[in-house]
Design a protein around this ligand. Structure first.
Ligand code: XIL
Length: 303
């Protein structure tokens, strides 16, 4: 196969990119997206501040543009994300009581998922619930602070009811190797499974740079999650660097996913370095002019 999407499909996987609605008018952006990728994740357009800026008033325009484009080209869509501490509108942070926070969270999950019902292959139901570092502790958020640890299980149960066909994922970063934070996620998933809570997948963001390189136990970490009975997905892959070093890192990540039967797909966090969220960085597969980088060739070869 001579595209990322076609090569991944031969291995039974999708190969996706994060997409921003405001670039869908740029011809080379769209042609690269349409040629190479078989899944899209809206980079910001499905986040809480974008879709429910005012309580119970939903604004799906930008996200709809991405979903409509993807589906018209036969691509899958990952939903990102329902319950997260960041990119929240002010009214969510100002919720007063636990009951109020609970009804806001459940209404948000239900209305957003119902709007896209049947059109999303996987949803990041809860994103980044744990702190970095050794503590394994939960991160502060309006949901954690008002509802306590049980908010995660409640979010997954609400999500299953809203769109029973969607795979429901927990997604996080710095959980790509075996460490205190990934141990905390592992214990969460184990507990959810023991309680018959509806979790189907774990997303590993996989944002890598020199301070946070591809861990040597990346594949072993994926495997231990799969052994709990969930799928795993590489959800936001980007790797700082250039040339052969970057290419080798991409190939390592791709080979690790392919070695795990239940690693069902890979998403890179952007189409082109030109629009990467990493300021001044070059962490993606296409350069600023949409030329294929050595990392692209290595990825295609590894698939
Ligand atoms: C980032 C986007 O790429 C940026 O455009 C935005 O300003 C901030 O969020 N983890 C996630 C993603 O789950 O939603 C984040 O995306 C990157 C880190």
């Amino acid at each position: 196969a001579d595209t990322l999407g076609a090569a991944a499909a031969e291995r039974g996987r999708y190969f996706g990119a994060a997409v921003a609605a405001n670039h869908l008018g740029e011809a080379p952006y769209v042609s690269t997206l349409d040629t190479e990728f078989t899944s899209v994740t809206p980079e910001n357009e499905m986040k809480w501040d974008a879709v429910e800026p005012t309580r119970d008033t939903f604004t799906f325009g930008s996200a709809d543009r991405i979903v409509d484009h993807a589906r018209s080209k036969g691509m899958k869509v990952r939903g990102h994300t329902l319950v997260w501490h960041s990119q929240l509108p002010g009214w969510v942070s100002g919720l007063g009581t636990a009951d109020d926070a609970r009804s806001a969270m459940n209404n948000h999950i239900t209305k957003v998922m119902q709007h896209y019902k049947g059109r999303i292959h996987s949803w990041d139901v809860v994103n980044e619930a744990f702190q970095d570092g050794e503590s394994g502790a939960r991160r502060s958020s309006p949901f954690q602070d008002k509802l306590g640890d049980g908010y995660i299980e409640e979010a997954f149960r609400t999500a299953r009811a809203a769109d029973p066909a969607a795979k429901l994922c927990y997604n996080d970063y710095n959980t790509d190797g075996i460490n205190a934070k990934s141990n905390a996620v592992y214990n969460l998933v184990k507990e959810l499974k023991a309680r018959n809570a509806p979790i189907d997948c774990v997303g590993f963001q996989s944002h890598f740079n020199s301070a946070s390189p591809v861990p040597s136990d990346y594949k072993e970490n994926l495997r231990r999650f799969v052994d709990l009975g969930v799928d795993v997905q590489i959800t936001e892959l980007d790797i700082e660097g250039s040339g052969t070093a970057q290419a080798d890192n991409y190939s390592n990540v791709v080979r690790s996913c392919l070695a795990i039967a239940r690693c069902t797909g890979i998403t890179v966090w952007g189409v082109t370095d030109k629009y990467s969220w990493r300021p001044g960085g070059t962490p993606l597969l296409f350069d600023d002019n949409y030329n294929k980088k050595p990392a692209y060739d290595a990825t295609l070869t590894a698939l």
